[in-house]
Unconditional design. Structure first.
Length: 282
């Protein structure tokens, strides 16, 4: 498990360009911190045309499997609830937060990958015997690697390291980052998530998402299930892009499937749904 202390967080705060929390997200969190009014939350979102349009597009996507189309933000808030709608808004705002002109990576390519993992996480959620909120899983999928653009902005050689990793990923990326830059994208992503006031459980998953001993170290069933869902989604997307499982997948596969209560029949059914999505979306 990665341990975080104030020195590590201070180093990130002073050394990295971390996107500031957007005003609309601050307004939503301020509203949720008091006696929140459902229509007031809807009005905050609706006031930003791009954000409200993006939220409606996500809600009406096949991953939510809704029986009817949600046509306005008030309906969306009533259907999802205050916390879940805020999670959806947060995920959208994250994708707008980094400036491509300052980043040596292709952010379109980066967000395409994150979006696939987020959407596959939602597909997995539909197959689970114990439900997990798709809004939370979508947010984790988008945020889990969100430290990578900040690393690319901070370190000139980071894009080269990432390319080397794509060509040979036998050693985990965060290990290579630590060796070369004395920090890693999980720590930077955790700092971003906490500075945006994401729920503590989600922040922890972002911090620990590469830790294969998470199942032993964490006793929270919700965190363990979200972590398992993320790792399974990452592996599905990795196979689709590289035609082989993630190098570390074999060390956690049984724990992931056991945590999500997926037997062989369930897994094959899920696998078909995920493959259909990944083929149709590319």
């Amino acid at each position: 498990m990665i341990e975080i202390d104030n020195k590590i967080l201070n180093d990130v705060a002073t050394g990295f360009t971390i996107p500031a929390k957007p005003d609309i997200l601050q307004a939503l969190q301020d509203e949720l911190s008091k006696e929140p009014e459902l229509f007031r939350v809807a009005d905050i979102i609706a006031a930003d045309v791009a954000t409200s349009a993006a939220v409606l597009k996500i809600i009406n996507s096949p991953f939510y499997g809704l029986a009817r189309t949600i046509s306005d933000i008030r309906q969306a808030v009533m259907f999802l609830g205050l916390e879940n709608i805020t999670n959806l808004v947060t995920g959208y705002l994250l994708k707008q937060a980094y400036d491509q002109s300052k980043c040596s990576l292709s952010l379109n390519r980066f967000w395409d990958n994150a979006n696939d993992i987020a959407n596959v996480s939602c597909i997995i959620a539909r197959h689970l015997k114990t439900p997990l909120p798709p809004e939370n899983l979508h947010l984790i999928g988008l945020f889990h690697d969100a430290g990578i653009p900040a690393m690319a902005i901070r370190f000139e050689q980071y894009a080269k390291l990432l390319q080397e990793h794509r060509e040979n990923d036998s050693t985990p990326l965060f290990t290579k980052e630590e060796n070369r830059f004395k920090t890693n994208h999980a720590v930077v992503g955790y700092y971003l998530a906490t500075s945006w006031n994401l729920p503590k459980q989600i922040c922890q998953i972002i911090l620990q998402h590469h830790c294969d001993d998470f199942f032993n170290a964490c006793s929270d069933d919700f965190e363990r299930s979200c972590f398992a869902c993320l790792r399974l989604a990452e592996n599905f997307v990795h196979i689709a892009r590289h035609f082989r499982p993630e190098p570390q997948w074999h060390t956690i596969e049984l724990r992931v499937l056991d945590t999500l209560q997926l037997d062989e029949y369930d897994f094959q059914d899920l696998k078909e749904d995920v493959e259909e999505y990944l083929i149709s979306s590319h």
